[in-house]
Design a protein. Structure first.
Length: 316
């Protein structure tokens, strides 16, 4: 039984030594299983790659892929899936916010044959800025109402799955990836394990508020067309309101002469409608832009270097 642990890394040089020490303890306890750690360097600008190479020279269980630039965490995870050799495949971050000791419990649960995936979710957001926690909860409520798929509040990318499910995830080859949605979309039985939020062991988060906001919209656009329906609804609704307003103005003009004047109010209405038109146009353009990116069929990632000759300079 081989377990591949995929670890996407972007500027995690400070955290990797701590992560490896914790993983050594876990691997020492899981003696009945063979474990390989597959680091995916996503165009890091610090000493991440040097740290990973140093570890791979000392420990043959360490594998690595180095992408040619920063393609994003979603692409890095997909690259890991593409080259993971394990019967079970796990994904986790290097900052130790994902507890490595849970890997043993996950593997035992998969051994039972009841579940295809063991996912994790945070029951608290201790340590996060309150405003970020608020918007995160709003996002989960919103996407679950707008999409036909179910995404658990607080769900993490940290999970372990069978080879069958991993192959299904790899069959979804869209460039605009939202893995939490893809994991739900492919189906299979998932059991959720809960744990309290943990602070990063070292380094700084790479997710700014703007990046999280953009990622949230990517998730909604990838699994729901409701925003387009809302834009269309606004168009029909405002057209009806405008028609009623025109009738009212004409009637007033016939009943009371010179009652249709008032340019300030007219300007405000024009600005409001113009802004709403641009908003709806922006929503449509986002879907169009994502379609444009998909039809170009560019590689999701490009590999620059690895410690496995079969991986060198391949891309997908």
């Amino acid at each position: 039984m081989l377990i591949t642990v995929i670890v996407p890394c972007y500027n995690e040089g400070k955290a990797i030594p701590f992560f490896y020490e914790e993983m050594k303890k876990v691997m020492a306890d899981m003696t009945s299983r063979e474990i390989e750690i597959l680091f995916v360097n996503d165009g890091s600008r610090d000493d991440t790659m040097e740290m990973v190479k140093e570890l791979s020279e000392k420990d043959k269980r360490i594998k690595y892929l180095s992408l040619s630039r920063n393609f994003g965490k979603e692409a890095a995870m997909f690259a890991g899936f593409s080259y993971a050799k394990g019967d079970y495949i796990a994904i986790m971050d290097a900052d130790l916010q994902d507890p490595p000791e849970m890997l043993s419990v996950m593997a035992d649960e998969l051994d039972r044959g009841v579940y295809d995936c063991i996912g994790t979710r945070r029951v608290t957001r201790k340590g996060e800025p309150p405003i970020r926690s608020f918007f995160a909860r709003c996002f989960y409520r919103l996407i679950n109402k707008m999409s036909h798929i179910k995404i658990v509040d607080g769900a993490r990318d940290f999970r372990m799955m069978t080879r069958q499910m991993a192959d299904a995830v790899m069959d979804v080859r869209e460039v605009n990836r939202f893995s939490k949605g893809i994991f739900s979309w492919v189906g299979f039985e998932t059991k959720w394990m809960e744990y309290e939020n943990k602070e990063r062991v070292a380094g700084e988060t790479k997710w700014s508020f703007w990046k999280l906001f953009k990622y949230s919209f990517d998730g909604i656009a990838a699994f729901s067309t409701v925003p387009l329906a809302i834009a269309a609804f606004f168009g029909v609704f405002l057209s009806m309101i405008s028609l009623i307003g025109i009738v009212v103005i004409v009637v007033r003009q016939f009943l009371w002469e010179n009652s249709a004047f008032g340019w300030p109010s007219m300007v405000c209405i024009m600005l409001f409608l113009s802004g709403l038109q641009l908003l709806c146009l922006g929503i449509v353009s986002q879907y169009l832009a994502k379609t444009y990116i998909e039809v170009k069929k560019r590689p999701i990632y490009i590999i620059k270097e690895s410690n496995d000759g079969s991986m060198d300079k391949e891309s997908l």
